[in-house]
Ligand binder design. Structure first.
Ligand SMILES: NC(=O)c1ccc[n+]([C@@H]2O[C@H](COP(=O)([O-])OP(=O)(O)OC[C@H]3O[C@@H](n4cnc5c(N)ncnc54)[C@H](OP(=O)(O)O)[C@@H]3O)[C@@H](O)[C@H]2O)c1
Length: 337
């Protein structure tokens, strides 16, 4: 079978040329595991940090040997677990860029292919959707009348933040995104009240105009600088969720991300860090609530999708450069066997 591996270890932003296809035997299926045919692989920003050993203390994959890690939707071809049968579709965060993966049964979730499109389980129903849902419903506790600002708003997390905020009663939802195409998607498809293109002149004035009454919640995906800009619009007692600092993931030195403490005190703001791992126990609750939203189109994300493992590295480079529009997916094999 094929897998995609690093050619050699790297300690900088990954480029497409850092990866290569390796031919290898299909993995063994130990007791308590399943062997599964990968249908979709998810490409996510944390993977860029993970493969250089910068993510949550997790080891990088061995060059020329191990598949690049990633969440997958896969179909079980062999089961040595009583919880899974051949033919079941599963989701796992412990998959990789490979045609087949062996997965510990405890690290899989069974997917109902009729509940929503299969690949939604990597996007708005997957880890990024859970991240948005957790930040909005469990941390910021968005409700009626809230005014929410989120950046990287065309992405899976950012887009879901706005849509889930609205579904929980927010009165106004404003996004920040890079470029007119992304902003049009955020306003027209995700239904935000406004989306401000931070790459255009005068954007800070347009942001102020889009938030005439300030904000009560901000959700930070990009940088401490953006969080400070959001805080500048905060009403007293605003809540802020710090979810990601993607602008600094590949800076050469580990950034210190300073926040202005006096500003936070003056605003009486409550600023919270979010790590989605803490919310895995809520996955069933989230999925039950969000699947109907996905089915009836109230929770959407654009997809940046390529066919075949040989095209994964080029899409990954696009994601690393922030040129992706929506959820990045690699289709590895057909949904039906
Ligand atoms: N805390 C957690 O547990 C957790 C879990 C999942 C995701 N996250 C974080 O949530 C954020 C969004 O994730 P996502 O999967 O939905 O990704 P995404 O938004 O689809 O992609 C990242 C976006 O970030 C923006 N960006 C700004 N500066 C960038 C830079 N220097 N390099 C690359 N991209 C840049 C780009 O959009 P614009 O062009 O619009 O700026 C880019 O499209 C990321 O920070 C991610 O790490 C955190």
């Amino acid at each position: 079978m094929k897998l995609v591996a690093l050619k050699s270890s790297i300690d900088r932003k990954p480029r497409a040329d850092d990866f290569t296809i390796v031919e290898t035997a299909a993995p063994e299926c130990p007791e308590g595991s399943v062997l599964a045919r990968v249908v979709y692989v998810s490409l996510d920003p944390y993977v860029g940090s993970r493969i250089r050993g910068r993510h949550m203390g997790e080891a990088p994959p061995s060059p020329m040997e191990e598949a690049i890690p990633g969440a997958v939707i896969a179909q079980v071809t062999q089961s040595r677990s009583p919880d899974y049968a051949e033919g079941d579709y599963v989701f796992s965060m412990d998959g990789g860029w490979a045609e087949y993966v062996a997965l510990d049964a405890g690290a899989c979730r069974k997917i109902d292919p009729d509940a929503a499109p299969l690949r939604a389980n990597l996007g708005v129903l997957g880890m990024p959707g859970l991240t948005a849902w957790a930040g909005i419903t469990q941390l910021a506790e968005v409700g009626a009348g809230d005014i929410v600002l989120v950046d990287a708003a065309a992405g899976t997390v950012g887009g879901a933040v706005g849509q889930i905020s609205r579904l929980n009663g927010a009165s106004r939802v404003v996004g920040i995104a890079g470029g007119p195409e992304k902003c049009a998607l955020v306003e027209n498809t995700y239904g935000f009240d406004a989306c401000i293109d931070y790459k255009s002149d005068g954007w800070r004035d347009r942001l102020a105009a889009a938030l005439p009454d300030g904000l009560t919640v901000f959700f930070e995906n990009v940088s401490a600088d953006m969080a400070m800009i959001a805080l500048g619009h905060a009403q007293p007692y605003a809540r802020g969720v710090l979810c990601g600092l993607v602008d600094a993931y590949h800076t050469e030195e580990q950034a210190t991300h300073p926040l202005n403490a006096g500003f936070i005190i003056g605003k009486r703001a409550k600023v919270m860090g979010l790590v989605v791992y803490d919310f895995y126990p809520c996955w069933d609750e989230f999925a039950a609530e969000a699947a109907p939203w996905v089915r009836d189109g109230r929770l959407q994300v654009a997809e940046d999708i390529v066919n075949g493992l040989e095209n994964a590295s080029a899409l990954f480079e696009k994601l690393m450069d922030g040129r992706n529009i929506g959820k990045c997916l690699v289709k590895v094999s057909d949904e039906a066997a």
